[in-house]
Design a protein around this ligand. Structure first.
Ligand code: NAP
Length: 248
């Protein structure tokens, strides 16, 4: 059964990793996909071509998630190209890890701008459309680090915890118009990025997870699929942890 037949989703930061995984699962479930990227231009163009083969409309947009005006322009263009938007996935994010003692102001600001302010930008820009159509599902990709905190990631944890507060507030504000807003909090997800880490260290992390493995982009994507589809039509304001039991 295709759960997103005829729906259109905007996914930020889908040139690789988790965003790419979400775009694949959504297209397989019949969704048209508008996705963004910033620096991985060739990867994004190749992905657009590849994903289009599944038969739905797919288009990549180079758009900086931290830029307010760019977000307005993005939503305008997507509406022009696709005619409608039903789902917004705020996935674009970065890390600039360091102990507080060594963290620079620039590193703090960049993480807050790209991870947290970005969701204000896109949500604000799509709000009018969702209000008019009296439906919409917004999903913010937070992190277990936003729930629990993590030494060496005070900037990242603050941004991800902020996303959860934003999610709950938007759910409260827009619930009466049938617009839902939820967060997904992944644990340790194995992507190209984590593939570069020392295998022994990674194995230690896997052992510490109750389900004894790192997650895949598809694991996160399947949670998003549920929250984007009508299967979750009575769920809003929640944070769904996709972490193999890590924070239990
Ligand atoms: P990733 O592989 O580094 O991918 C990040 C994506 O975000 C890329 O497509 C990148 O595009 C895009 N991006 C970065 N800055 C951007 C900007 N300013 N404007 C637009 N796009 C931007 O990371 P990931 O592991 O898939 O993580 C995706 C999300 O999940 C992030 O929000 C992250 O915090 C969260 N998360 C990840 C994990 C994990 O274990 N991997 C765990 C918990 C939460 P370009 O390369 O084109 O710039």
């Amino acid at each position: 059964m295709k759960l997103l037949e005829g729906k259109t989703a905007i996914i930020t930061g889908a040139s690789k990793g988790i965003g790419k995984g979400i775009a694949e699962v959504f297209a397989r479930h019949g969704a048209n996909v508008a996705f963004t990227y910033l620096s991985s231009v060739e990867q994004a163009q190749a992905f657009e071509k590849e994903l289009s083969k599944l038969g739905t409309i797919v288009k990549g947009y180079r758009s900086d998630a931290s830029d307010y005006t760019a977000a307005e322009k993005l939503i305008e263009e997507v509406l022009k190209d696709f005619g409608a938007v039903d789902i917004l996935i705020n996935n674009a994010g970065i890390t600039k890890d360091n102990l507080l003692m060594r963290m620079t102001e620039d590193d703090f600001d960049a993480v807050m701008r790209i991870n947290l302010k970005s969701i204000f930008n896109t949500t604000k820009a799509i709000q009018r459309t969702f209000l008019k159509q009296r439906k919409g599902s917004i999903i913010n990709i937070s992190s277990v680090v936003g729930v629990k905190g993590n030494a060496g990631q005070s900037n990242y944890a603050a941004s991800k915890a902020g996303m959860i507060g934003f999610t709950k507030s938007v759910a409260l504000e827009l619930g009466s118009r049938y617009i839902r807003c939820n967060a997904v909090a992944p644990g340790f997800i194995e992507t190209e990025m984590t593939g570069k880490l020392d295998e022994k260290t990674v194995q230690g992390w896997r052992e510490a997870i109750p389900l004894k493995r790192g997650g895949s982009p598809e694991d996160v994507a399947n949670a998003c699929l549920f929250l984007a589809s009508d299967l979750s039509s009575y769920i809003t304001g929640q944070t769904l942890q996709v972490d193999g039991g890590m924070l239990t």
